[in-house]
Design a protein around this ligand. Sequence first.
Ligand SMILES: Cc1cc2nc3c(=O)[nH]c(=O)nc-3n(C[C@H](O)[C@H](O)[C@H](O)COP(=O)(O)O)c2cc1C
Length: 255
Amino acid sequence: MINQGKKYLKKQTTNLIMAEEPDQEKSVDTEFTAKSNMDIFECLATRRSIRKFTSSDIPMEMLGTILDAGRFAPSSGNIQNWRFVIVKNRETIAKIAEASMQQLWINQAPVVVVVCAETEKISQFYGVRGERLYLIQNCAAAIENMLLAAHAVGLASCWVGAFDENALRRILNIPEDIRPQAILPIGFPDEIVPSPMHYTLEAVCFFERYGSKIANLERVLQNPDVFGKIQGAVKTTIEAGKDIAEKAKGKIIKR
Ligand SMILES: Cc1cc2nc3c(=O)[nH]c(=O)nc-3n(C[C@H](O)[C@H](O)[C@H](O)COP(=O)(O)O)c2cc1C
């Protein structure tokens, strides 16, 4: 799956519209090829936040594949404002765990990737919207890609967002204009975590306009005609209501 993506990317490289021409660093393509037999939908459904890791180190090929997955994420104007700090030093990881509101389980991870956001270019190109929204969304897309890739190759991770930003800056020498976004401890899983509760589609989907819910979503999705009929029925009921209200107007007896 990942290899196919790589071939596609190579084919598309000449068509990339970038906020800036790629510099030398960006145009060097790595060849990390850790394999996965997992179907993408299985990967999406079975990924879990894992907070317990075995003591085994992770092969560099796997780490490279995960980082590649991060850099293949979509970004506003293809600006790619993510930066990844790879940490293997035990003392540094211990300090990161401490700075993460003492989430000491992070110490078990053989590798920690800290995802940071480069801010300058994004505010230059997209102003306040870029700074407040795209900056975070771009990095979030890269983070999710990495979590999925880790799971796909048999590793595990957890998106850690609770940390002292300034403490992290000091530990990793992160400059003022770079914002740390997430900490990803990565390792081989040493726990099986059940799937948490997920809202039903009915609870989170609206049809055609915000707030318009449908009880039997499965039936509607399988047969869009049903949705048309429901819509028609709703409209008719509203129109009928309006009609009655209009007629009733003349019948109101003023006392
Ligand atoms: C923005 C964000 C911040 C998070 N921060 C933490 C964190 O600091 N510590 C932690 O243990 N989990 C953290 N998580 C993981 C969530 O607790 C987890 O994704 C959620 O409970 C759903 O479980 P799942 O990932 O297994 O589906 C964070 C997740 C997100 C998206």
